[in-house]
Design a protein around this ligand. Structure first.
Ligand code: AP5
Ligand code: MG
Ligand code: ZN
Length: 215
């Protein structure tokens, strides 16, 4: 299966992509994670992206399309993939179609995760991640079983994203509504667009996605 998870910041794209990795051995292709790795490594792309990400704006299309094109050439995608955070503009959506064509790949579904704007800030501001394995958590909605210890790998080191503050969230939401939501009709016209209620609890959203993928 090759799918896109489309939705605003904090919708649960990363949370559900991680579950699909576990349950279906698909590979999560998160452009946000790729950019954060580039920032951490201090590459040219990372240096350019840092300021843009901290401001909650979008990195330019050319850079992002290049990153995804390279990633799709890697040999680990035989069980499919989840695009998480890409495409984010109409130009990226159109470029993705060309890339998939050239690489002889086909998308199975585009799943829109619908969440009210008011819920997103709370989700994002409470979010943190295991510093060792990347498992995501939330101060209220997804706590580890043992306080301060990662369920998955036992690490006690956690991190919070530089762009996870109320002010940057506002810009990220604006960018979503202005630049990303307008690509929904692009997939609707192709009859590829499915929706899930991202306001439901995490297990329920997983069940809704499973239902779409098994149909
Ligand atoms: P990116 O990393 O993609 O961030 P985002 O789109 O803002 O999305 P998030 O990662 O914040 O949210 P998510 O949907 O993954 O939510 P999560 O599952 O963690 O992009 C970051 C930046 O990189 C961008 O701003 C841009 O600058 C740049 N960028 C990236 N891709 C780009 C591109 N293609 N083009 C241009 N620029 C690009 O969940 C959030 C929290 O809520 C978690 O704590 C979780 O535990 C909790 N939660 C999840 N689901 C539920 C639920 N159902 N109920 C309650 N809580 C829940
Ligand atoms: Mg994410
Ligand atoms: Zn961990």
């Amino acid at each position: 299966m090759k799918i896109i998870l489309l939705g605003p910041p904090g919708a649960g794209k990363g949370t559900q992509a991680k579950r699909l990795e576990e349950n279906r051995k698909m590979v999560q292709l998160s452009t946000g994670d790729m950019l954060r790795a580039a920032v951490a490594a201090g590459t040219d792309v990372g240096k350019k992206a840092k300021e843009i990400m901290d401001a909650g704006q979008l990195v330019d299309d050319e850079t992002m399309i290049g990153i995804i094109s390279d990633r799709l050439d890697e040999p680990d995608l035989e069980n499919g993939f989840i695009l998480d955070g890409f495409p984010r503009t109409e130009a990226q959506a159109i470029a993705l179609d060309t890339l998939l064509d050239v690489k002889d790949m086909k998308l199975d579904a585009v799943i829109e995760m619908r969440v009210d704007d008011e819920a997103l800030t709370e989700r994002i501001v409470g979010r943190y991640t295991c510093g060792s394995c990347g498992q995501g958590y939330h101060d209220t909605f997804q706590k580890p079983e043992v306080d301060g210890t990662c369920d998955k790998c036992g690490s006690q080191e956690f991190s919070r994203r530089a762009d996870d503050n109320a002010e940057t969230v506002k810009s990220r939401l604006e960018a979503y509504h202005a630049q990303t939501a307008p690509i929904l009709p692009y997939y609707k016209d192709k009859e590829m667009l499915k929706g899930v209620d991202g306001m439901a609890d995490i297990d329920e959203v997983t069940a809704q996605i499973e239902k779409i993928l098994s149909a």
